[in-house]
Design a protein around this ligand. Structure first.
Ligand SMILES: Cc1ncc(COP(=O)(O)O)c(C=O)c1O
Length: 421
């Protein structure tokens, strides 16, 4: 594939930073190489003696001496090499990308960093972009300043609908020139934020086929991959990527810690190289300490231990999803409708009899002591009103979930009555 057409003129002008390139070279340099090229501060002046992290009785991280110095020092932009290798192994284990050797990975500061970087090297003002509707609001927030034309593909309970994707693209391409065709299809396939859908494999194959036909890069933003409630793990777009057009964004936020800020971008080498150059010039790299801690824990767990942990995470969120759905059934039946989330952390509801939930949530809801997100936030076109609400079941206690639904019911009812007068 020729990737040059995907890279915007701004990114294609970006030169490598020699210091960063040499820091990368150092990672594989002969032992004993004297490194006087970079501006590495001397770790003797860092005021840390040791760092200890305890996961449980068996898994602990103790850093001191040279291990601590490495964890407190600059690292290559692509990531702390042992972690990067480990993450590549995990990608291979879970997805077996057909074009694995043509792809590369960069340790990101969470999935959001990967997203903003990838959009930043591809998008140009006014570009058309394919997104699901509804769509992760912070993806819109990155794209909005480019004033893109959102080719919004409605979701049903199984996520983005291939037939609609095809007809939207057919229509767009019949009335626009070749240069105005979209380059990106953004999708968040597992436990979709906000709907909780998990796109089934067959549907993914159809979407992939359409992306082939229209030569689209697929941005597979999948931070809830380990938070699905299905029998089998989803088959990713990456695992069916025979033509090397998928950029997969993974995140440790939901399974490890959101504050540790570690994720992984994996995709075609030329695109990852662009992300590397942008990262070289902006944040340099993901926190070394975070990367070392994540690596040490993964190393001690081994792949089987990591899988064990993700099983616990799934069971935990499945239980919370069940609590949320029972509370909604108890208090909101007749007032709202929803699909049972198949993954993720959110219940997406349509409030019946209301045109707009914005006023209801931002004014009456907050006054009554409940904060829920209005559906409008997740809509590519925010110039009109929507009757949707996103409720998160990730951290609210059982009692709060129940109480929250009672208040939601009261608020929805009062809003409905309010809208009639
Ligand atoms: C769909 C989606 N993508 C990306 C992110 C950002 O995650 P991270 O913490 O890995 O940056 C989130 C966080 O909620 C999300 O829901």
């Amino acid at each position: 594939m020729d990737y040059s057409k995907f890279i915007n003129p701004h990114a294609s002008q970006r030169n490598p930073s020699l210091i960063r390139e040499m820091t990368q070279m150092l990672a594989t340099a002969e032992p004993g190489t004297i490194f006087m090229a970079g501006g590495f501060p001397n770790p003797e002046m860092f005021p840390f003696e040791s760092v200890d992290v305890r996961v449980d009785a068996n898994i602990q991280v103790h850093l001191e001496g040279s291990a601590l110095s490495a964890a407190l020092q600059y690292q290559p932009t692509l990531g702390y090499p042992p972690l990067r290798d480990e993450l590549k192994r995990l990608i291979y284990r879970d997805h077996k990308p057909p074009k694995f050797d043509d792809m590369d990975g960069l340790v990101t500061i969470g999935s959001q960093h990967g997203l903003s970087g990838i959009f930043g090297v591809i998008l140009q003002n006014g570009d058309p972009v394919v997104v699901p509707q509804p769509v992760y609001s912070s993806a819109l927030a990155i794209m909005d300043p480019y004033r893109p034309v959102y080719l919004a593909v409605p979701e049903d309970s199984l996520g983005m609908q291939p037939a609609l994707l095809k007809s939207i693209l057919d229509k767009w391409s019949s009335s626009n020139s070749h240069e105005q065709l979209p380059k990106i299809l953004y999708v968040n396939p597992t436990g979709t934020n906000p709907t909780g859908a998990v796109i089934p494999t067959e549907r993914k194959r159809e979407i992939y086929q359409i992306a082939e036909e229209y030569d689209l890069l697929i941005i597979e933003d999948d931070p809830y991959y380990y938070l699905h409630f299905e029998e089998d793990d989803p088959v990713s777009f990456l695992s069916m990527d025979t033509s090397c057009r998928v950029i997969r964004l993974e995140s440790f936020s939901k399974v490890f810690s959101s504050g540790i800020r570690v994720g992984f971008a994996f995709g075609p080498k030329p695109i990852i190289r662009q992300l590397e150059l942008l990262t070289q010039h902006t944040v340099l790299h993901c926190s070394s300490l975070s990367q070392v801690i994540v690596h040490r824990i993964l190393e001690q767990w081994g792949p089987a231990g990591f899988t064990e942990h993700t099983k616990k995470v799934k069971a935990f969120y499945r239980n919370r999803r069940n609590l949320m759905v029972s509370a909604a059934e108890k208090h909101l039946t007749g007032l709202a409708v929803w699909d049972v989330p198949r993954g993720g952390m959110f219940l997406w509801m349509k409030v019946l009899g209301l045109k707009d939930t914005y006023q209801m949530l931002m004014q009456r809801g907050i006054k009554q002591g409940i904060m829920l997100l209005p559906g409008k936030e997740f809509m590519p076109d925010r110039s009109i009103t929507y009757p949707y609400v996103r409720a998160s079941y990730s951290v609210a206690s059982h009692d709060d979930i129940d109480k929250g639904e009672v208040i939601s019911a009261r608020t929805a009812l009062s809003s409905y009555i309010y809208s009639l007068v």
